[in-house]
Ligand binder design. Structure first.
Ligand SMILES: [Zn+2]
Length: 288
């Protein structure tokens, strides 16, 4: 039997992610995958428990009793904080149920989309537990209220949907912003000395964090070049560009691809590299 090629191993990950079961990623960090697999969520949303004596839960995921029971079962009243990376539907609706089970304090960038919080976390704010310090990084792009969390003791970044393993991050305007997103990817490279792994909102632990960030930046640069090339051949709408760049895309994913193309066009427009009568998704776009 031949060994798996390295890139294959990265895509497939070490072993399949099983929902409902806690797996230890390090002495301080455990992960439980929610049972909400799909095109947008990969194997499901990752809920992380950081700490042993005092626990911070990151992204409780959907309002699924079995999942929340599993999370609460791992920490009970030692769960002191519930943190949300952002207010998308696969990350936060479990907050209320987990709060009921644990009485923990709820922290996020802001109260939005139905999420109620006890305290707002901004860039540089810290959660200090006996065993670890968790620092918030404001990382708009996927969502304007997106936070990543760095646990220095583990040199581990909890990236939410800023970086995922195994699927592409969707940037959908107007809340999604490609220019901000790329800026926040570049910024992660500055963490290099303090970063050993990335624990994403979906998929496996990423153990080559800077290589992954570079891969993301290259992928976006390639898409941008392709979009500019289409415009150089003539005016086009977002849907026409999607048809050219993603000819075999699954129907369900077309709106996501359209969002990302539109996000790239808005960035190009802001940089004076594309024009449109307005920056609406439905409009016609031209090369500048
Ligand atoms: Zn999201």
């Amino acid at each position: 039997m031949t060994a798996e090629p390295a890139d294959q191993a990265t895509v497939a990950g070490p072993k399949p992610l099983v929902h409902g079961v806690a797996s230890a990623l390090s002495p301080l960090v455990r992960r439980i995958v929610a049972n909400n697999p799909g095109h947008m969520t990969g194997p499901g949303t990752n809920t992380y428990l950081v700490g042993i004596d005092e626990i911070a839960v990151i992204d409780p995921g959907p309002a699924d009793d079995a999942h929340l029971d599993a999370v609460a079962g791992c920490g009970g009243d030692r769960i002191r904080w519930i943190l949300c990376t952002h207010t998308h539907i696969d990350h936060f609706p479990g907050v209320a149920g987990l709060r009921e089970r644990t009485g923990a304090e709820v922290l996020a960038f802001d109260a939005r989309d139905g999420l109620e919080i006890d305290r707002s976390l901004r860039e540089g704010d810290k959660v200090e537990a006996t065993e670890f310090v968790l620092r918030a990084l404001h990382t708009p792009g996927h969502a304007s209220n997106h936070l990543c969390f760095l646990v220095e003791q583990e040199r581990m970044l909890f990236s939410g949907d800023h970086i995922m393993q195994g699927s592409t991050v969707v940037i959908r305007p107007p809340d999604g912003d490609m220019a901000a997103y790329l800026c926040q990817l570049e910024r992660l490279k500055e963490l290099r000395p303090r970063l050993r792994s990335i624990a994403p909102g979906h998929g496996h632990l990423i153990t080559d964090p800077i290589a992954k960030v570079d891969e993301y930046l290259e992928h976006r640069a390639m898409r941008e070049t392709q979009i500019e090339a289409v415009l150089q051949q003539g005016d086009a709408t977002v849907d026409e560009i999607v048809g050219r760049l993603y000819p075999d895309l699954v129907e369900d994913l077309v709106p996501m691809a359209a969002g990302s193309v539109w996000a790239h066009l808005r960035k190009l427009r802001a940089e004076g590299r594309a024009t449109s009568a307005d920056d609406a998704q439905a409009g016609s776009w031209s090369a500048a």
